[in-house]
Ligand binder design. Structure first.
Ligand code: ATP
Ligand code: MG
Length: 391
């Protein structure tokens, strides 16, 4: 049976004069994400995008799955397409919605007639189809206030579309509508979630990862690339930067007070990240930090870290508990990869007693013991870039 997917806008529908810009960004995302499937007609009208697989071999389940990860879409309706006659509306959709009707106890029919030339009015369609459904599924009763299932009939220009319920979309606003930011991506649970959350609010995401070979392995880096690949399903293609950080870490170990090692390392990471961010046209940094999670994530530590930052640092996980972050990471399917046991440069040379209340003056003084500029420039110069593309 021929199917069509209706994608309903979320917040975009509320945008004023900018609405069409947001709409074209979303259309661009949809076209890019569905490219691999073959011929699909994608059109839009009245705050809805119509996705119509043309090629018979297209797996509609997969198309729906892809669409459910595109920000800007709040609901998806997977519909069967029938001829525009009352006879077809009453008979041809029954099999398509059978499973939903059998699982329900109450239902209502909702009809929309955008083609006013169609000889039956919306209440007529509701009555006729309601009667037919009661006859076919005698266990059902009608409940117009709180039905288990709402069967929707939309009579459009060429065909009628029928569905028995909406699926949740990804919500948010289209990727590209809020600028570009550089995500500090570790192999952990939190940073992919942070990237997802900012992407949901429209940011294009670049990712930067710090590696410290031989203390960190090639496989640890591959794990991070795998995380970035998973994220592309929501964020789109990601430019992935990898910074060689060993020399800086060894210098820190040799020349700076042990209890300030982590905070100094984080300041140097931020310095390098913001230089590459500026070069690549990113307007902000993103981290997966959560307030109080570890010593470097106290408010005191964040004050010391942010003191080196010349652009905003977004920490979308800051107010989330670990369990809440894990729930999101399971939802976006990064959790299983994140918990693979590989080392991260942050766990190399970690002090036994890191300062949880570092004082900015002391931190700056400790950092000033070394002239970092040359090492920073070297790390930036040796940073590699790889495009991680959505399949
Ligand atoms: P995550 O689960 O994201 O690794 P975490 O709880 O392990 O977080 P930290 O190791 O303290 O926390 O790191 C805090 C944040 O710093 C991370 O969320 C990430 O944004 C950034 N970060 C840590 N290690 C790296 C790294 N090797 N490369 C890039 N960014 C990093
Ligand atoms: Mg980590």
């Amino acid at each position: 049976m021929k199917e069509i997917i209706l994608c309903k806008y979320g917040e975009i529908a509320l945008k004023g004069l900018n609405k069409s810009t947001f709409e074209s960004m979303m259309m661009k995302s949809i076209r890019r994400r569905l490219k691999k499937f073959g011929e699909i007609n994608i059109t839009r009208a009245q705050s809805t995008v119509y996705v119509e697989p043309v090629d018979e071999n297209i797996d509609v389940d997969e198309v729906v799955d892809r669409l459910s990860k595109i920000f800007g879409i709040i609901k998806l309706c997977r519909c069967c397409v029938v001829e525009k006659t009352m006879d077809a509306i009453l008979n041809d959709s029954i099999e398509y919605i059978r499973e939903d009707m059998e699982a329900a106890r109450t239902f209502k029919v909702d009809a929309k007639r955008s083609d006013k030339k169609f000889p039956f009015k919306s209440p007529d369609i509701c009555n006729e189809l309601g009667g037919k459904l009661l006859e076919t599924f005698p266990h059902l009763s009608v409940d117009v206030h709180k039905p288990d299932v709402t069967v929707t009939v939309e009579v459009r220009e060429k065909y009628a579309f029928i569905h028995a319920g909406k699926l949740d979309g990804a919500g948010g606003i289209p990727v590209g509508s809020s600028g570009k930011a550089m995500l500090l991506l570790s192999g952990g649970i939190d940073s992919p979630v942070a990237g997802y959350m900012m992407s949901k609010r429209g940011a294009v995401i670049d990712a930067i990862h710090f590696e410290a070979p031989p203390y960190t392995s090639e496989r640890a880096k591959q794990k991070v690339e795998k995380l970035a690949k998973k994220m592309t399903e929501y964020c789109g293609d990601i430019a992935f930067y990898c910074v060689p950080f060993t020399e800086i870490q060894e210098t820190l170990r040799d020349k700076c007070p042990e209890e300030l090692f982590t905070i100094l390392m984080r300041r140097l990471m931020m310095e390098i990240a913001q230089r590459i961010a500026a070069r690549e046209g990113c307007q902000a940094l993103i981290t997966g930090e959560s307030l109080g999670q570890v010593a470097s994530q106290t408010m005191y530590a964040m004050v010391c870290t942010d003191a080196v930052c010349r652009i905003p640092v977004f920490r979308p996980c800051v107010g989330l508990d670990k369990t809440e972050i894990i729930d999101i990471s399971r939802k976006i399917d990064t959790f299983e990869t994140s918990i693979l046991p590989y080392e991260d440069c942050c766990t190399v040379f970690t002090p036994k007693h890191p300062k949880t209340r570092p004082e900015l003056g002391a931190v700056e003084a400790a950092q000033a013991r070394v002239d970092w500029e040359e090492l920073i420039q070297k790390a930036v110069g040796q940073t590699t870039c790889k495009m991680i593309k959505l399949d």
